[in-house]
Structure formats: structure tokens, C-alpha cells
Design a protein around this ligand. Sequence first.
Ligand SMILES: N[C@@H](CCC(=O)N[C@@H](CS)C(=O)NCC(=O)O)C(=O)O
Length: 216
Amino acid sequence: MILYGYFRSSAVWRCRIAFNLKGIQPKPAFVHLRRDGGEQKKAAYRALNPQALVPALELDDGTVLTQSMAIIEWLDETRPEPPLLPPDPTGRALVRGFADAIACDIHPLQNLRILTYLKKELGQQQEGLDAWCRRWLGDGLAACEALAVRHGRGTRFSFGDMPGLADICLVPQMASADRFGVDTTPMPRLREIAAACAELRAFADAVPARQPDAEA
Ligand SMILES: N[C@@H](CCC(=O)N[C@@H](CS)C(=O)NCC(=O)O)C(=O)O
């Protein structure tokens, strides 16, 4: 299995955590999102993922999976232990609701191609881009804080005492919040969960700075 990614990508970071939790190490392949206009946009990578986004996961039979959430759910279905989702449909819907609030509604607004468009096509300056990111990260994570308080108070992780899909999505997004200067002090529950995750090797080994393609 080959996981195509980039050290800073939140979506790839999610996959790295999930693979680590399962104790599986796919072979990494590095797609530099900024070098040479973006390697993700080159024909060679588009042949793998026509969306020109990382991650992509190439299976041993040549099948290429795209989209981090689809990859993680495929992993969970094919290697069920330890489970990343609860056993019951309602529990799964709650976890997916939290995870999708991040993966579908927060993360896409800070994507490189969106920020590049705001800058190059719409003429926004860096402060405008930073304000944009802070706004959508702050609003989105405030909603996640409310969901986390509602569903997981007293538990170590977002939805229980085992880490799962919600935590996998949360941790990279909290790091983005820090990077863009979002004040997360009004989100104590999310900070508590992120701190609990950071204690686990699966999460610690997945941080961008520890990846072979990491840059300062
Ligand atoms: N919904 C996709 C998002 C993937 C995505 O946005 N990847 C970013 C990095 S986090 C990317 O490849 N950006 C390249 C670009 O914007 O040109 C997923 O979860 O896999």
C-alpha cells in the first residue's frame, strides 16, 4: 500500500493517525504541494487522483482510494481492530457528524487552492487570508466544542475512552487553529481531548514535524 501525502496536509495527517492506530505502515510517497507550482497538479499525480488533492492510497492491487474519510473508513472496515467508530448506528452517526463538521465544513475553507484563489484571483492580502481562516476555524471549532461537551464529558476522548474518527479529525484541525492564531481558550474540552491524544504514540508519530518530508 502506498499513501501519497504531504507532511503539512491535515487530511493526510488524519490518515497517518488512523494507520498508526491500526498498527499498519503504508509506504509513504511524497507530493510537494508548493514546489514547482504544486506536484499535486501534475499529470502524473492527477492520473492517481483527478481531484489533485492529497491523500491518495494505492492498494496492492492497483486500486486508488481518494478522500481521507473514505480511506479511513475503508481501513476500519478491512482492519476492524481497534475500531474507529462505535458499534451502533446512532453512535456512528454522532461520531460522523462531529468528524464531518471538521472534514466537510471547516477544513475545506483553508485549503491551499482556496487561499491561493483568494490571494491571486480576488486580490486579498495575507491579513485577509489569515482573518478568513481564523473566522471559519473559530466558528467551526466552537460548534465542535459544544458537540464534544454534549457527547463526551467525562471521557478521555471525544466519544469515549478509546480514540476514534472524531479525534483523528480534531487533532490536525486544532493544530491549524494554533497556526492561524485562533484563540482556543474558550474550547477547553477540545484542548483536553487534543492533549489526551498527544500522549498516544499513534498521534505523536503522525505529527507533520516527524514525517520524512518535513520542512521547517
Ligand atoms: N476532502 C479531502 C480534502 C483533501 C485536501 O484538501 N487536501 C489538501 C491538503 S490538506 C490538498 O491536497 N491541497 C492541495 C491544493 O489545494 O492544491 C480529503 O479529506 O481527502
